[in-house]
Design a protein around this ligand. Structure first.
Ligand code: SAH
Length: 251
């Protein structure tokens, strides 16, 4: 059996209880390179076989999984954050289907959640934004045309941009083609929840400069939107005048 497990954003105690249990029982672990905190691998059995997938092709990963399955071993495929975002898990699952190898998935805390915690903020603020766009700049993996940052920026929604900290000048220019202005708040969060975590608050207009000044060009998320500003409306749910199925509102 192959278990796809979300390792969480970095801090070893941010893996789920289920994920930690699977790691402790695993005979084989294939982990996603430097994005996974090595402290998590300390949970593994002494004789657990460890593979760093950063040095492997899909075919090599599948081969390790298939060999493990033939020997009746429990294999954990440890992905950073949650496997469902930029995890390249679909191609692995489809191949395992073809090979007849069973698998399951255990979610993890995505780095965009870790980044919000690091900044002590909330993406969905009444009166500001009720949507979060998770996206990336086009790189060696192309982004479909309709999802270009400039197009998504037209919404002015809260945005968490993955895999793009090395392209901040281009990203800044793309963001400014949409509804954001040079004064729209932005932030860089480097290695959220790791001991070396760094948070830098800036604006869309100063994004590239902030990256240069703080030497952030990888393993970081770019957050953009007025949710990083001061203004918002309080919630209806906890408004004394608001009636819900559980509470009678008082005028
Ligand atoms: N599945 C992962 C994303 C993998 S893509 C998740 O759910 O978070 C790798 C990108 O994620 C990095 O380039 C960076 O943009 C972001 N990332 C991963 N871990 C991070 C962390 N701890 N802090 C900030 N960004 C992180």
């Amino acid at each position: 059996m192959v278990h796809f497990v979300g390792a969480g954003p970095g801090a070893p105690d941010l893996i789920t209880l289920r994920g930690a249990e699977l790691l402790k029982e695993a005979d084989v672990v294939i982990y996603a390179g430097s994005l996974v905190n090595p402290a998590l691998l300390e949970l593994c059995k002494a004789d657990c076989a460890l593979y760093n997938s950063a040095e492997m092709t899909l075919e090599q990963v599948l081969d390790v999984m298939r060999q493990g399955e033939l020997k009746g071993k429990a294999t954990v495929r440890l992905h950073t954050g949650d496997p469902c975002l930029y995890g390249a898990v679909r191609e692995q699952m489809d191949a395992l289907d073809r090979l007849g190898v069973p698998y399951d998935l255990t979610p993890g805390v995505s780095s965009f959640c870790g980044a919000a915690a690091a900044l002590e903020t909330e993406y969905t603020l009444p009166g500001v934004s009720q949507s979060v766009i998770l996206t990336r700049m086009s790189g060696r993996t192309a982004v479909p045309e309709g999802e270009a940052i400039a197009a998504l920026a037209a919404h002015g929604a809260s945005m968490a941009i993955f895999l793009s900290a090395g392209m901040l000048t281009e990203l800044q220019a793309e963001l400014l083609k949409g509804a954001y202005t040079p004064d729209t708040p932005a932030a860089l969060v480097y290695k959220a929840t790791w001991p070396e975590e760094k948070t830098v608050r800036c604006t869309v207009g100063t994004l590239a400069r902030a990256g240069q000044e703080h030497q952030i060009s990888k393993t970081a998320l770019v957050l953009v939107g007025n949710f990083l500003g001061k203004d918002y409306q309080r919630s209806k749910l906890y408004d004394p005048a608001f009636t819900t199925g559980f509470r009678e509102g008082q005028p």
